[in-house]
Design a binder for this molecule. Structure first.
Ligand code: CMC
Length: 429
C-alpha cells in the first residue's frame, strides 16, 4: 500500500515537506508551513469559484459527475423518484435515514400543520407591485419570516431548529402560491393540509371556487417527482451560500433568504426560466440549427446545457424527460417539447458540445413540465427553491453539528496598489 502523503519540494528554498492525504485531499492549512522566511504568511491555494476545493465533509448527497450518479444518503435518485415522495425524501435528507410508518406520519403532520403563514406576512406580500417577480417576493418573504419567529436565532437549540424546519417546509408553498395569486390578481387560497404537499400547493395556486374542483393526481405526482429531483445537489452555489451565512450563526430564515437569492441567478436556478425563453424564441424545430450556430459562435450559451459537476448526462435530466413524456400522455403535449428534443439531438451530435462534454442538465426539461402544469415562466425558479429548501436545511444542520466548521472566511490574493498617500481633491488629475 502506497504511503498516504504528498511530498512537496519548495524550489525556492530546497525545503521538502510531507503533507498527509485523506480522502484524496490535502488540508489547505497544512500548506501554511511552506514559507521562505519565518515571518512569511505561508502558502495558500488559489481557487477562484472553488473549482477544486472541498469546504466540508458531508454525508448527505453523493454525486459522481463522470458516471452521471446522484444519490441522497446513499439511495439512487432513480429509485427515490420512482418509489418515494417529496416529504419522505425531505425527511431522509434532514434526518439521514428513511422514516418508518409512524415517523413519516408525524413528520407529514408537523410540516402540513405549519402551512399557514402569519396574516401580516400575507399583507406584506400584498404590498408588492402587481408585476413583482415571484422569486423576489419569495426571497423577501423568507427573510421576513425571521421577524415572525424571532426564537429561530437560537440555532444551538435542537427543538428550535426542528420547529423552524417544519415551518419553512410548510410555509414555502403557501408564500409561493400567494405570490402567484397576487401576480394574477386573485384572492389567496388558504392551505388544506389534508390534500398533501404538492396537491395542496396546486390547489392554492389554482382554485377559483369551482364546485367540482379537484387536483389532478398525475399533476401532483409529476410535481412531487420534480421536487424530489431538486431537493439537494451538494455544495452548489445556493447551498454554499446557506452554509456561508449559516456559519455566522444567522437564523435559518436569513441564511435561506441568501441561499434563495443565490438560486435566482440565471446560471443556477434561473436557468429553467432561461431555457423556456430560449425554446420560445426558437419557436420551431426547423429554426434549431441556426440557433445552435449562434451558440457555437459564442453569441450566447445554450441554457439547460452544461454543468460544473456532470461531464456526462445529468441523471435528473433523464428522469425528468420521462416524467414529461408520461405527463403529456394524460395532459396533452407541450409544443415546445418538439423544439427541445430537436435542440438536444443536434447538440448531442455536434463536435462543439461533445468536445466540451456539454449535456442537458435538469433545467433543460423541467421548464417544459412546469409550463405543462400551467406555471408561468417566472414561477420556475420558485419551483426550484421550494424543494431545495429541504437540502438547504439538511446542509445547514450538518454545518451546525460539524465541530470542524467555524465562520466561513475565504482568503484572497491582494493584487491592488501597495501603500500610497491620500491626494487632496484639488491636486487630483
Ligand atoms: N452553452 C455553450 N457553451 C457552454 C455552455 C453552454 N450552456 N456551458 C459551458 N460552455 C462552454 C464554455 O463557453 C467553455 O468553452 P471554452 O472552453 O471554449 O471557453 C466550456 O464550455 C466550459 O465552460 P465553463 O464556463 O468553464 O463551465 P462552468 O463549469 O464554469 O459552467 C455552467 C457551468 C452550468 C454555469 C455552464 O455550463 C452554463 O452556463 N450553462 C448554462 C446555464 C445552465 O443551464 N445552468 C443550470 C445548471 S444545472 C442547475 C443547477 O444545478 O444549478
Amino acid at each position: 500500500m502506497s504511503k498516504q502523503s504528498l511530498t512537496i519540494t519548495d524550489n525556492r528554498t530546497g525545503q521538502i515537506y510531507e503533507i498527509p492525504i485523506e480522502n484524496d485531499t490535502v488540508r489547505a492549512m497544512d500548506l501554511r508551513q511552506i514559507r521562505v522566511h519565518p515571518d512569511d504568511f505561508g502558502m495558500m491555494t488559489y481557487d477562484p469559484a472553488y473549482s477544486n476545493t472541498a469546504v466540508c465533509r458531508s454525508a448527505i448527497t453523493d454525486i459522481d459527475g463522470e458516471r452521471g450518479i446522484l444519490r441522497y444518503r446513499g439511495y439512487p435518485i432513480e429509485q427515490l423518484a420512482e418509489k418515494s415522495t417529496f416529504l419522505e425524501v425531505a425527511y431522509l435528507l434532514i434526518h439521514g435515514a428513511l422514516p418508518n410508518q409512524a415517523q413519516l406520519a408525524v413528520w407529514i403532520s408537523r410540516v402540513m400543520r405549519h402551512t399557514y403563514i402569519h396574516e401580516n406576512l400575507a399583507h406584506a406580500i400584498n404590498t408588492f407591485r402587481y408585476d413583482a417577480h415571484p422569486m423576489g417576493m419569495l426571497i423577501s418573504s423568507i427573510a421576513a419570516m425571521s421577524t415572525f419567529h424571532p426564537e429561530a436565532k437560537n440555532v444551538d437549540d435542537p427543538q428550535v431548529r426542528e420547529k423552524q424546519i417544519w415551518r419553512i417546509l410548510g410555509k414555502l408553498p403557501t408564500i409561493a402560491a400567494f405570490a402567484y395569486r397576487l401576480r394574477i390578481g386573485r384572492p389567496y387560497n388558504y392551505p388544506i393540509s389534508a390534500l398533501g404537499y404538492t396537491a395542496n400547493f396546486l390547489y392554492m395556486l389554482d382554485y377559483m371556487n369551482e364546485r367540482d374542483y379537484e387536483v389532478r393526481p398525475e399533476a401532483a405526482r409529476a410535481l412531487d417527482v420534480l421536487f424530489i429531483l431538486h431537493a439537494d445537489h451538494e455544495q452548489n452555489c445556493s447551498t454554499s451560500t446557506m452554509r456561508m451565512v449559516g456559519s455566522s450563526r444567522a437564523d435559518p430564515y436569513s441564511a435561506m433568504a441568501a441561499a434563495a437569492a443565490a438560486l435566482y441567478g440565471p446560471l443556477h436556478g434561473g436557468a429553467n426560466e432561461a431555457v423556456l425563453r430560449v425554446l420560445q424564441n426558437i419557436g420551431s424545430a426547423s429554426a434549431v440549427p441556426a440557433y445552435v450556430e449562434r451558440v457555437k459562435k459564442g453569441e450566447m450559451r445554450l441554457m439547460g446545457f452544461g454543468h460544473r459537476i456532470y461531464t456526462s448526462y445529468d441523471p435528473r435530466a433523464a428522469i425528468i424527460k420521462k416524467v414529461a413524456h408520461d405527463l403529456f400522455e394524460v395532459m396533452g403535449t407541450n409544443p415546445l417539447t418538439e423544439v427541445a428534443i430537436e435542440l438536444e439531438r443536434i447538440a448531442l451530435n455536434d463536435e462543439f458540445f461533445i468536445s466540451r462534454r456539454l449535456y442537458p442538465n435538469i433545467d433543460f426539461y423541467s421548464g417544459i413540465i412546469m409550463q405543462a402544469l400551467g406555471f408561468p415562466v417566472d414561477m420556475f425558479p420558485v419551483l426550484f427553491a421550494i424543494p431545495r429548501a429541504a437540502g438547504w436545511l439538511a446542509q445547514w444542520l450538518e454545518l451546525l453539528d460539524d465541530a470542524e466548521q467555524r465562520i466561513a472566511r475565504p482568503r484572497q490574493v491582494y493584487v491592488g496598489p501597495s501603500v500610497r498617500d491620500y491626494v487632496r481633491m484639488a491636486e487630483r488629475r
